[in-house]
Design a protein around this ligand. Structure first.
Ligand code: NAD
Ligand code: G6P
Ligand code: MN
Length: 449
């Protein structure tokens, strides 16, 4: 049984492979293949992955390749996590937006839309290559961002693809909340959730008879931040915690989510809602010359690749050079569930088709799902209230129009998509950002006329 990781050179690959190796028996996995179009980057990550498998005394064979057929032949699972344009383009996405006074973020606002225009067609290429070479009953589990836009494009262009689009933010939020209120097995928190990707709300969280929505609301009121006490202490002392969520950009997000809860008394918003609800404050607290891309390059990426170089020079490795945890566990557990061996629910992104009856069928909705060998079956959520419906309809229109614009090569549709985004104040600003981004992305975007 073969699992192929697309974007094998990703900073998250070591963690994902750790999670796979920990579940080797349940998955019945015999081989992990890394596939990337950046040979040099991937071969370095491959060194760490090889070390991890040996350290865990894992029987899993490792193959590192840039050849599609070698990558996909007979694979059962394809875990996709490409960053098209890499951190260099993420930096552009964030900085161009900020230069125009607009939120500069990886998946939200104009940055997310630029990233979407880069990723749609490479993702379709992955689907087609996988279809050609992989096992007939394969599953593509896709983390490649922006997952909301990618999900729409895949559904429009390859409606029968065996792809499940996923995000680790809901589970990461539960992990963080678990740490705040003293729950270790955060995966057992029973939830209701609805939204688009990076645009949703928890409506219920229960754990052994405890109302966790109420508890986290009280915790936020007391501390002003949805981070556990150990992080708060470390932040006060200007110390790192080793957790990326304690970096400056994320501190802002975990603080704003508490502010947002004060104004949204019934649900717990996904942290990404803060970009849409506090765009002005977010811009004011961003450094246009040092964005999240810079933070990531200076922390997660640097630590990993320096760790590889040190290992190659000295034969010694520190496990802290890579992150392993909820992100890898989520995708590996989802694969276990698709083999019919895990009863837990998973929040995934699928076509709505009436589950939220007052939203259109083709909305790519994020909801909890029961997952078995035939794929995910999302819960029927029921109708949503006017505020959330209005928010989702606007964001969905923006993302659908962006995908239509990409497929048709229509400048005007893409412009209207930019103008529809809640982070963008006017169509004039939308146009200025779009024109600058079009120039910066000329090697990546489809031609827009
Ligand atoms: P990274 O840049 O370290 O890794 C991405 C890798 O993708 C790079 O090695 C790059 O060479 C490769 N790549 C780019 N285009 C490719 C192509 N066409 N074919 C094959 N490989 C290609 O980035 P990262 O920070 O580790 O993140 C990896 C991806 O995972 C990003 O898309 C990120 O947004 C996504 N991500 C998603 C979630 C989620 O919740 N959905 C969570 C974390 C990360
Ligand atoms: C969360 C989100 C991902 C996003 C990531 C960014 O995990 O769910 O979709 O890619 O954060 O994290 P970073 O550390 O790269 O800013
Ligand atoms: Mn995500």
């Amino acid at each position: 049984m073969i699992i192929t990781i697309v974007g094998g050179g990703s900073t998250f690959t070591p963690g994902i492979v750790t999670s796979i190796a920990l579940r080797q028996k349940e998955l019945g996995v015999t081989e992990v293949r890394l596939f990337d179009n950046d040979e040099e980057r991937q071969s370095k990550v491959g060194v760490v992955v090889d070390w991890i498998l040996k350290d865990m005394k894992s029987p899993i064979k490792l193959t590192v390749t840039t050849d599609k057929e070698t990558a996909y032949k007979d694979a059962k699972f394809i875990f996709a996590q490409m960053r098209v344009g890499k951190y260099a383009m993420r930096e552009q996405d964030e900085k161009i937006s900020l230069r125009h006074g607009v939120v500069g973020q990886e998946t939200c606002g104009p940055g997310g839309m630029a990233y979407g225009l880069r990723t749609i067609f490479p993702m379709i290429e992955v689907i087609d290559d996988v279809e050609k070479y992989a096992a007939k009953d394969h599953w593509i589990l896709n983390y490649s961002n922006p997952a909301a836009i990618v999900a729409i494009a895949c559904h429009k262009l390859r409606p029968n693809a065996r792809i499940i689009n996923i995000c680790d933010m809901p589970i990461a939020i539960l992990e963080m909340i678990g740490k705040c209120v003293g729950i270790e097995d955060y995966e057992s928190i029973d939830v209701d959730y609805f939204g688009l990707n990076h645009f949703g709300w928890f409506t219920r969280m229960e754990y052994q008879g405890r109302d966790i929505v109420k508890e986290i609301r009280e915790y936020c009121k007391e501390t002003g931040i949805m981070l556990p006490k150990m992080h708060i202490e470390a932040i006060k002392k200007h110390m790192g915690t080793g957790d990326r969520h304690a970096n400056q950009s994320w501190i802002k997000v975990w603080t704003n989510v508490c502010k947002l809860m004060e104004m949204n008394s019934e649900y717990v918003p996904n942290t990404y809602m803060t970009y849409y609800m506090f765009p002005k404050e977010n811009v004011e607290h961003s450094d246009p010359n040092y964005t999240r891309a810079n933070e990531v390059m200076d922390t997660r990426e640097k630590t990993l690749f320096e760790g590889v170089d040190r290992y190659l020079a000295t034969g010694e490795i520190d496990k802290k050079v890579f992150y392993a945890g909820a992100h890898g566990n989520f995708i590996a557990d989802l694969a276990v569930a698709l083999l019919g061996k895990c009863d837990r629910k998973f929040i995934v992104i699928e076509p709505n088709n009436g589950k939220v009856p007052n939203l259109p069928d083709d909305v790519m909705i994020e909801l909890p799902a029961v997952v078995g060998v035939n794929g995910p079956v999302q819960d029927n959520f029921g109708p949503i209230k006017t505020f959330y419906k209005g928010m989702i309809e606007q964001q969905n229109a923006c993302e659908q129009l962006l995908v239509e614009g990409a497929i048709e090569g229509s400048y005007e549709k893409v412009l209207h998509a930019f103008a529809l985004n809640k982070t963008v104040p006017s169509i004039q600003v939308a146009k200025e950002i779009l024109d600058e981004m079009m120039e910066a992305n000329k090697d990546y975007w489809p031609e827009l006329k």
